[in-house]
Ligand binder design. Structure first.
Ligand SMILES: [Zn+2]
Length: 270
């Protein structure tokens, strides 16, 4: 898989009110959230993104698998998921629009890497690398090992040297979450690992070959308003929400329950 097209950057937008500045201020902190798919960073980290945006920090949600499907027939799995998502026109274009809306709401920019989702990746048209959920929730296909270096190089070229980087732990074992974590680890930079939601709150297991990253646990306090902003941003992904929640209200309740469990939202800093 070669990525011929440059990543596309979404417009920066302001969601929650930002802190006023007076006189000279040093540049505000910058944060890059690595999202395997067009929803994961907001699903997992939306409360902290809202908090950082309100403080005036610069935030980019970088989605790894934001590329269009290849031309030609799709696997049965991809066709079935398209029916489930019920988008109009191109499902991936619709998902990019959802991501843009959610990130605008939170006050983050978007950066979309044109790698297709695992469900669209093939060795040859008759040989999808990940034909069923068994493969989707398994390790990287041996023929895709080269993707790791390629993705790590793209990340290194796109993320400023002084930005904090947030990466998924790959809880839930999805292959694209493993890919994103492993590419992030190849950067050789400090990382903040987030738990993949909602998998992590529903007995999702870490990928066995990766485990839970070792580091310092940061317990971050969120306000009720920040949790509300997080829930609202999740609902900006209408094609994806029904796969995980039965109602809008359930989204907010699950976030509140998860937060109440530790009275904090937790990341592991390396
Ligand atoms: Zn995902």
């Amino acid at each position: 898989m070669r990525l011929y097209h440059p990543p596309s950057r979404g417009v920066n937008a302001v969601g929650l009110p930002r802190r006023q500045s007076h006189g000279y201020n040093p540049p505000m902190p910058e944060h890059y959230y690595l999202s395997p798919h067009l929803d994961d960073a907001v699903f997992s980290c939306g409360g902290l993104i809202a908090q950082q945006a309100a403080a005036g920090d610069r935030i980019t949600v970088l989605t790894v698998c934001a590329g269009d499907p290849p031309d030609g027939p799709l696997s049965d799995l991809a066709q079935g998921l398209h029916m489930l998502w019920q988008t109009e026109g191109s499902p991936v274009a619709a998902r990019r629009e959802e991501d843009l809306a959610a990130c605008q709401r939170l006050g983050a920019s978007t950066l979309h890497i044109p790698l297709p989702d695992a469900i669209y990746r093939f060795g040859s048209p008759s040989e999808p690398f990940y034909p069923t959920f068994t493969e989707i929730f398994g390790p990287l296909h041996p023929k895709e090992e080269g993707l790791l270096d390629e993705l790590a190089q793209i990340l290194a070229s796109q993320i400023p040297a002084d930005a904090a980087i947030y990466a998924p732990m790959a809880i839930g074992e999805h292959v694209d979450h493993r890919l994103t974590r492993m590419a992030a680890e190849r950067l050789g930079r400090p990382l903040r690992f987030y738990r993949d939601l909602p998998y992590a709150f529903r007995d999702g297991k870490p990928a066995p070959e990766l485990g839970i990253p070792s580091g310092t646990e940061l317990r971050i306090k969120l306000s009720p308003d920040e949790i509300d902003a997080w829930a609202a941003a999740i609902l900006d992904y209408p094609s994806q929400v029904p796969s995980f929640w039965e109602s809008d209200d359930e989204v907010r309740k699950e976030l509140q329950s998860m937060y109440a469990l530790h009275d904090a939202w937790i990341v592991i800093e390396t």
